[in-house]
Design a protein around this ligand. Structure first.
Ligand code: NAD
Length: 404
């Protein structure tokens, strides 16, 4: 099912039937079967999917997800979100995604490198020609991107590389940086706060403590927010006065979870129902559903993860007047930083970390302003406004290219 609700959107903007037909399906899908003998008694087998949703605005950009639950539908969904994420913030990219159906925690570093090399081997032509530019997503990281770079020796082939091998200072934390900035924009808007620190004292709960959740917590803390709850797959911690940030930040190691910092614990379900100012679901898709949306009490939701709220839950939240800043804006910090990394790779420029943060802020802010203007003018939700703006940009690109 497409991510975009074309029925609703066609009441807001003009959606030509030809554009709709193109965007309701992926432009191209590739399936590869990976089978690798890594030891005399061990073969690694995995399905691998690569989806280009739309190349209307540029080469397909999107991360590589490595997870046992990834399949073609999940890869399609994520590729489609990438199309609209890039177009909403004005980047010259189309939408793409890769999915490798493996649990990375079962692989040694050596085995993971072998899998990434095989991925490059199978997708050699796509990557070489620059039609698809991968980056990290759940289950992959900068080291994996360095493996891809090593196969081609061209820094523009992949983004999210370590800074010493053509990566961008600030790229690793870019998504969380953007999520925290979007929380600030949302808070300033909702509470009509024109101060420089609209997050000061705001009570925030964050679900997920991986790349996105951890860095979101970091930047929210820096902005003066009070982090009252944080969770990972095994549950969370809760403290109305604010959880111990230093203890959280210093957590390292594969086996360690957020509950290891001690204090009161909380389930993921309870975290999503907390009475907070801001809730940031930053773990994975479909966390707020028709089943639990009624219990949500946050005053504002900012989607750190891709698709954490189902369409049915969206309607329930709207009936409760809880605004949702959608994923295609809130977590676009990563692709914005990727764009800077890709542009630097082509031009030979370098960028400092503070400039990366600055670019994220300067790109997200006008996109947010466009969204709230449309919310005011057309009396639609933030999600509908964001999708309408993103879709109209893709449609215009299709016109520019005489596709429609
Ligand atoms: P990650 O694998 O680094 O972290 C995921 C976190 O979620 C972990 O703390 C894990 O324990 C937790 N988690 C997993 N299942 C859970 C569950 N059922 N309940 C509660 N917690 C659970 O992944 P990430 O890179 O942080 O990505 C998180 C989300 O953000 C994904 O939807 C991803 O597509 C999206 N995203 C990531 C990036 C990026 O740059 N990494 C960019 C844009 C969007």
């Amino acid at each position: 099912m497409p991510v975009l609700d074309f029925e609703t959107l066609s009441h807001v903007i003009n959606v030509p039937a030809s554009a709709r037909r193109l965007l309701e399906h992926s432009e191209k899908e590739i399936y590869c079967s990976i089978s690798l003998r890594v030891h005399t008694d061990r073969i690694i087998e995995a399905d691998c999917y690569v989806v280009y949703h739309s190349l209307a605005r540029g080469p397909a950009k999107g991360g590589i997800r490595m997870s046992p639950s990834v399949g073609i539908n999940c890869t399609r969904d994520l590729a489609e979100r990438m199309t609209y994420k890039s177009s909403l913030v004005g980047l010259p990219f189309g939408g793409g995604k890769s999915g490798i159906s493996l649990d990375p925690s079962t692989l040694t570093r050596f085995e993971k490198t072998a899998v990434m090399r095989e991925y490059c081997h199978m997708l050699h032509l796509e990557l070489e020609h620059g039609v698809y530019i991968p980056a990290p997503d759940m289950g992959t990281d900068a080291t994996d991107m360095a493996v891809i770079y090593g196969r081609f020796d061209r820094p523009e082939v992949v983004t999210g590389k370590p800074p010493r091998v053509g990566g961008l200072p600030g790229r690793n934390e870019a998504t969380g940086n953007g999520v925290a900035h979007t929380c600030a924009l949302g808070a300033a808007w909702l509470w009509n706060d024109s101060s420089a620190r609209p997050l000061e004292g705001k009570r925030v709960a964050v679900q997920g403590f991986g790349n996105v959740g951890r860095w979101t917590v970091h930047f929210l803390h820096e902005a003066g927010a009070r982090i009252v709850a944080v969770s990972d797959i095994n549950g969370g911690v809760y403290d109305e006065k604010g959880v111990n940030f230093d203890a959280l930040w210093n957590l390292t190691g594969k086996e360690i979870g957020v509950t290891d910092i001690g204090g009161s614990t909380i389930s993921n379900r309870e975290l999503l129902a907390l009475d907070t100012d801001i809730l940031v679901p930053a773990a994975m898709e479909k966390q707020i559903t028709a089943d639990n949306a009624q219990s949500v009490r946050a005053k504002l939701i900012v989607e750190g993860a891709n698709g954490p709220i189902t369409p049915e839950a969206d309607e329930i939240l709207a009936s409760k007047n809880i605004p949702v800043v959608p994923d295609i804006l809130a977590n676009a910090g990563g692709v914005i930083a990727s764009y800077v990394e890709w542009r630097n790779a082509k031009s030979g420029s370098v960028t400092r970390k503070q400039d990366t943060y600055c670019t994220i802020k300067e790109t997200l802010t006008p996109a947010f302003e466009r969204i709230v203007d449309m919310v005011g003018d057309k009396k639609v939700s933030c999600r509908t406004a964001a999708q309408a703006i993103a879709l109209s940009e893709v449609i215009e690109a299709m016109r520019d290219r005489s596709w429609i």
